[in-house]
Design a protein around this ligand. Structure first.
Ligand code: 8OZ
Length: 366
């Protein structure tokens, strides 16, 4: 069953999106020397520009914020110029694209850090997770706890990255507050056992994320600032004893900033939606602007959540890898192509820009 509301234009802040389908951020590990987006990135993103909104792969705001090999950055002039080829190609096709701003915190490895330094975290607690580095998956390195004096520098890195994103031609930015990375590590008490103003209470654990949000909003405006959260996801070894309380508070505060959207990973990232009890409707009601729902959606669930007013936009992630024309396929009830897991992370054009559209694959067969 199709529902036309998924395929109707939608007004997001000052932008008109051609439909309510969002391409979720997808890490592909294909950046080149200097962590500049690959020469194929402009093709990859523009092939998918029929989505109402594209969100870029997670993009580190500093070298310290990098946790995996060959992910792109947004902290050098060359990176800005590399990203500009992407935004121009997407805009030429009538698409819209936000950049996801990322600091991995403790989910990193000494081989990716300046002078082999330890990755940084709210507390010196090592995550039970792996990163892709030196062409294979490795345990993360033991982190050190950030000094309180270092936090303004991290806020400033997000601020500068937001400015850089606009200079690169992005329509806005998404703050990565999800999936067990730095800001989520601060929010959740399994990874944050600080006893200063950034740990302990719900308010203290939210402080860094809200300071980052304030800085980005100050820099580029709330109508170009979105955020992604994953309240109950155990991704990258995080856990929380009070997710409802924590995220009800966070979303009230985010609403007060008038952010253009709230993007919510409902459940375990890339896994079950019902991983833990949580009332996502509470977040939806607390936030007056656009609510983007993500995680395990198919066209039927998307239509029903839109019809029930549980979401405004639906973000699809992995289906976009093998289906550049996902919007058209969902619209016409066509079958979806699987992606090749061996070319998901790293490599070049293969498994990146060579997935055919439906029209291309049927003409190849005919
Ligand atoms: C998959 C592999 C590496 C990173 C996330 C940025 O989960 C990621 C990511 C996903 O948000």
């Amino acid at each position: 069953m199709n529902d036309k509301t998924l395929f109707e234009p939608y007004t997001l802040g000052s932008l008109t999106l051609s439909n309510r389908i969002v391409m979720a951020p997808l890490t592909r590990n294909r950046a080149g020397e200097g962590f500049i987006p690959s020469e194929f990135a402009a093709i990859y993103y523009s092939q998918r520009a029929s989505a109402g909104l594209l969100i870029s792969e997670a993009t580190q705001i500093s070298q310290q914020g990098q946790g995996y090999q060959d992910t792109p950055g947004i902290y050098t002039q060359a990176q800005i110029e590399g990203w500009r080829t992407v935004t121009e190609a997407v805009h030429a096709k009538g698409g819209r694209i936000f950049l996801q701003l990322w600091h991995v915190g403790r989910v990193s490895h000494v081989d990716l850090q300046e002078n082999g330094a330890a990755p940084v975290a709210p507390s010196a607690l090592q995550a039970a997770t792996k990163v892709y580095v030196n062409n294979s998956f490795a345990d993360v390195s033991a982190p050190r706890a950030l000094e309180i004096e270092e936090l303004p520098g991290i806020v400033n890195d997000f601020r500068r990255a937001a400015t850089n994103a606009i200079a690169a031609g992005f329509d806005g930015v998404e703050i990565h507050g999800a999936n067990g990375y730095l800001l989520d590590q601060f929010l959740k008490d399994g990874s944050n056992i600080r006893t200063d103003a950034y740990g302990g209470s719900v308010e203290n654990r939210a402080r860094l994320l809200l300071e980052v949000t304030a800085a980005v909003v100050d820099e580029i405006g709330a109508n170009r600032t979105g955020i992604r959260i994953s309240p109950v996801s155990p991704a990258n070894g995080v856990s929380s004893s009070d997710p409802q309380q924590q995220f009800d508070y966070v979303v009230d505060q985010l609403d007060a900033f008038d952010l253009v959207y709230l993007h919510v990973v409902e459940g375990a990232t890339g896994g079950p939606r019902d991983v833990a009890p949580f009332d996502f409707g509470s977040l939806r009601h607390r936030f007056k602007n656009t609510y983007i729902a993500n995680n395990g959606y198919d066209v039927n669930l998307a239509a029903s959540r839109l019809n029930d007013d549980k979401a405004d936009l639906i973000a699809f992630g992995r289906p976009f890898i093998g289906n550049p024309d996902l919007v058209e396929r969902l619209k016409s009830d066509a079958s979806l192509a699987a992606f090749d897991p061996t070319t998901l992370y790293g490599g070049g054009a293969a498994g990146y820009i060579d997935y055919p559209t439906l029209a291309e694959s049927s003409s190849a067969q005919g």
